[in-house]
Design a binder for this molecule. Structure first.
Ligand code: AMP
Length: 523
């Protein structure tokens, strides 16, 4: 059997860890970097590029270089979030046949699970090159606030990468696991995870061999990318004012602005002022135009203050769900590259009344936790019990478009809840059930996981038949549903992921395509 790995599939960067000599370690890629950009591109000669090679061509080949697709995975094309991504995207996002956003490069429209699969395959290869043996199994992390559809898509991506996904675990939980490795004693921990694309907050309790998530909250569309975008907008507006030129429609200029914005943002974590110099950003009347400006830390903080405030609202929500006050938290662990920003650290310090723990590397801790968990699973280690929660309530649509919660958010998983359904008309032979996830009382505002029809109900007066429907959330946070007619005992298992963004035929085809193109390591 091959080795098992832990992968942090990030919006901006990905990281892979293996378990060696009794401890988890992060594996550097062939360039010596411990993280690999989550980027994919196609070069002019048709060659597919992943990671640093893709990043290198991002400016010169912006239309064919894809980044941050984790923001689109498991979403509908019409989602407001997906639409916001479209607005500034240098690459082309089109509507797929399943109403999913796809990235068009030349003739081919790539699905988001396929792009994630390509990145995962690269991370698998990084581990295989280091270990000198094939890797077949992995634990992959996702934002705690990912829905069932987003988790299903991540699992599909694992399959496309040629990996058996042993478990999907939440990023903050993985971070807490890695942090907890070196701690003894009882503690209540808050993990504040602000990455490139998503924000999660989890409150956990660690006591004698049990790591229990008490509550989690977050936003899968809030992260460093949003800060970058604010800076890009600021720069575009400034240029429009001074040079009277609108750069918004220029893919190459936008890509250069995005790179410069991110660089300025990172510079401003250690400096008060950052320069932005983009010579030949465009031309006007045959004359080259240059963008030369400065941005201060104060300006950046003004531009993004509401984003940082937004994270604190989720923190309060999470504390309330955990039944704790901020002062009852013993340790705050900060994770994700964006927590390097001083303003973020100050906001966290102020909010919890304590300085965050600095002992973990925010870029690596999630992958380390993932492989620790993978190791626990394959070795069947019983020393530590990990209990996670479901981030969103699960329910069904009822008469009048209301949402009836069957499993409340922050319920410990795995969990199964059974409910009895009946008919509303005499001799009704079928009922339709729509399964949804979310917090709105209105069914249509929540994420539709799937709908199914229970057919073959024996004819009877209304209200008499009894159909027991079981809703199950497994340890990966994924939902399945089964139904049983109590009169006949006949059972049906229902695929709730019917609205996942890939059909099973498409998935099979993608797995086969990528397997065929794979060069296997011997051993
Ligand atoms: P992650 O998803 O954890 O890899 O986080 C990536 C995000 O962190 C990106 O938006 C980066 O721009 C941001 N980031 C990385 N380093 C810094 C830094 N020194 N200061 C501010 N933001 C940073």
């Amino acid at each position: 059997m091959g080795r098992v790995i832990g992968i942090d599939l990030g919006t901006t960067n990905s990281c892979v860890a293996v378990f060696e000599d009794g401890r988890p370690i992060v594996v550097p890629n062939s360039g010596g970097y411990k993280t690999t950009p989550s980027m994919f591109g196609v070069a002019d000669d048709g060659k597919r590029l992943v990671g640093h090679l893709a990043k290198r061509q991002a400016i010169t080949n912006a239309r064919h270089t894809v980044f941050a697709t984790k923001r689109l995975i498991g979403r509908r094309f019409d989602d407001t979030e997906a639409q916001r991504t479209l607005e500034f995207s240098p690459f082309e996002i089109v509507r797929g046949p399943n109403d999913d956003p796809r990235v068009r490069i030349g003739e081919k429209a790539f699905t988001c699970p396929e792009i994630a699969g390509i990145i995962l395959r690269r991370m698998k290869r990084v581990a295989e090159e280091y270990l000198g043996e094939p890797v077949e199994e992995a634990v992959i992390t996702v934002p705690a606030y990912f829905t069932d559809t987003q988790r299903q898509c991540t699992r599909d991506a694992g399959k496309i990468a040629g990996l058996e996904v042993l478990r999907i675990i939440n990023e903050p939980t993985a971070a807490a696991l890695a942090y907890g490795m070196t701690r003894h004693g009882d503690e209540k921990i808050a993990v504040y995870d602000l990455g490139g694309g998503t924000f999660d907050i989890s409150i956990l309790e660690m006591s004698s061999g049990v790591l229990e998530v008490l509550a989690t909250a977050g936003n899968t569309f809030l992260g460093g990318e949003d800060l970058d975008r604010r800076i890009v907008t600021h720069l575009v507006q400034g240029f429009e004012k001074t040079a009277k030129i609108d750069l918004k429609g220029d893919a190459m200029a936008l890509q250069r602005l995005k790179d410069a914005a991110e660089k300025a943002k990172c510079d401003l974590s250690v400096r008060e002022v950052a320069e932005v110099n983009l010579p030949f950003i465009t031309s006007s009347g045959g004359e080259p135009q240059h963008l030369n400006t400065e941005i201060s830390r104060e300006t950046l903080e003004d531009l993004v203050q509401d984003i940082v405030e937004e994270t604190l609202k989720s923190v309060d929500e999470c504390l309330a769900d955990a039944g704790l006050s901020a002062s009852e938290v013993n340790q705050v662990v900060i994770v994700g590259g964006q927590t390097r920003m001083p303003m973020v650290q100050e906001a966290v310090t102020r909010h919890f009344g304590r300085r965050p723990h600095k002992g973990v590397n925010p870029d690596e801790v999630v992958a380390l936790g993932a492989v620790l968990h993978a190791h626990m699973l394959v070795e069947e280690e019983k020393e530590l019990l990990l209990l996670d929660v479901t981030p969103l309530s699960l329910g069904i649509s009822t008469f009048g478009g209301h949402f009836a919660r069957l499993i409340e958010r922050n319920t410990t998983v795995p969990v199964t809840k059974a409910h009895i359904f009946t008919t509303t008309r005499d001799d009704q032979s079928a009922v339709k059930i729509r399964v949804l996830q979310g917090e709105s009382d209105l069914a249509e505002e929540n994420d539709l996981l799937g709908e199914f029809i229970l057919a073959g109900i024996p004819l009877a007066p209304k209200g008499e038949p009894e159909i027991e429907v079981s809703f199950d959330i497994d340890s990966s946070g994924m939902v399945s549903v089964s139904a049983r007619d109590l009169a006949t005992g006949s059972e049906q298992s229902i695929a709730v992921n019917s609205t996942s963004t890939l059909t099973s035929e498409e998935l099979e085809q993608l797995v086969a395509d990528h397997e065929a193109g794979e060069v296997r390591l011997k051993g």
